[in-house]
Design a protein around this ligand. Structure first.
Ligand code: TRP
Length: 332
């Protein structure tokens, strides 16, 4: 039997280049080799959007369209909507007994997000416990491999801990998953910040039009110490060159630009123009495919429904095993 992949995204808006290099690229590459399930984690998105739940439906479709646009093949990959698999919620509750609050408190990604989201009315328990629900996501599908961005590593670690505890305590039925990080562990934002984040507005989206793309590239952060094109420039921490390295297939051009940049023999505009061209070349086929699917919303819905149906079948099987292992499969 083929090994399984489970990974997913919160549907908080369209996906960006950070998602692509962190995880989407690996999913596309591995879809022939692995039995792949991709989860649109709308319940997780709800944990910090519960005051505007009406935003979720559009975003679910948006994310599904992005998946198809980057080349996930609906004939192979199962696109699953989290809220349409209620078994996930059940498993999350059982797992809650296996996790201490101290462990959650130590989770660095969770800590960082709590700081960032600035919950003014107090920290919702739903948000605080989302790593547990994510462990349910991964394990209900018995995933071996989880392709994710670097920031998700603590979630996989939490999942492995739960699996070890469950298997020791009840019965060895769960699989301890491995994380797989993208070729580029973390793509910086257009502002030079650590990562692309919708709330900061430093993203380049997979569906950006050429005009939007040009605007984002031309206003990118570069080297703040460089005032004139004749000043020697710095490549480290300069997202324009990070993007060139990742997305420009013309390595000779990138080499030449770098050489001239550090010498002070090229202007930012030329470097950015060439980056725009490279990125646009990369996004063009994705954009075209995206438009095809966006024109057929009924087809996208059908793909989601079918993927979810197949995902739920797996989830139901796992839950039968889980209840039996926990001795709560009562015969009443
Ligand atoms: N936490 C992930 C994110 O913010 C989304 C996610 C939910 C996920 N469930 C998952 C990722 C299971 C991997 C596996 O992007």
């Amino acid at each position: 039997m083929a090994k399984r992949i489970l990974t997913g995204d919160r549907p908080t808006g369209p996906l960006h280049l950070g998602h692509y290099v962190g995880s989407l690229q690996n999913r596309v590459k591995l879809q022939d080799e692995y039995d792949t399930f991709v989860l649109i984690a709308d319940i997780q998105a709800l944990t910090d959007n519960f005051e505007r739940p009406e935003t979720l439906e559009t975003n679910v479709l948006e994310v599904a369209t992005d998946y198809l646009a980057v080349g996930l093949d609906p004939g192979k990959v199962k696109i699953v909507v989290q809220s349409m698999v209620p078994e996930l919620t059940e498993l999350t509750i059982y797992y809650m007994n296996l996790v201490t609050t101290a462990t959650l408190e130590r989770n660095p990604t969770l800590k960082e997000e709590i700081k960032q989201k600035n919950f003014t009315k107090g920290l919702p328990v739903g948000f605080y416990t989302y790593p547990i629900s994510q462990a349910a996501d991964i394990t209900i599908f018995k995933a071996d491999l989880v392709p994710v961005g670097e920031d998700q590593l603590p979630m996989i670690e939490q999942t492995r801990e739960i699996v070890r505890r469950f298997n020791r305590l009840y019965k060895k039925i769960l699989i301890e998953p491995r994380a797989m990080i993208g070729k580029v562990a973390r793509l910086p934002g257009t502002d030079g910040g650590a990562k692309m984040s919708k709330s900061i507005g430093n993203c380049i989206y997979l569906g950006d039009s050429p005009e939007q793309l040009r605007k984002r590239v031309m206003s990118m952060y570069t080297d703040p110490t460089r005032v004139h094109p004749t000043d020697p420039g710095h490549l480290e921490g300069n997202p324009v060159f990070t993007y060139h390295d990742v997305f420009n297939p013309d390595k000779a051009e990138v080499g030449d630009l770098k050489e001239r940049y550090v010498k002070g023999a090229v202007g930012d505009v030329e470097v950015k123009e060439k980056l725009y061209k490279a990125l646009n070349g990369f996004l063009e086929p994705i954009r075209a495919k995206r438009a095809e699917y966006a024109a057929k919303p009924a087809l996208v819905r059908e793909i989601i429904v079918e993927g979810t149906r197949r995902g739920r079948a797996v989830a139901r099987e796992t839950m039968e095993e889980v209840r039996a292992a926990m001795k709560i499969a009562y015969k009443f």
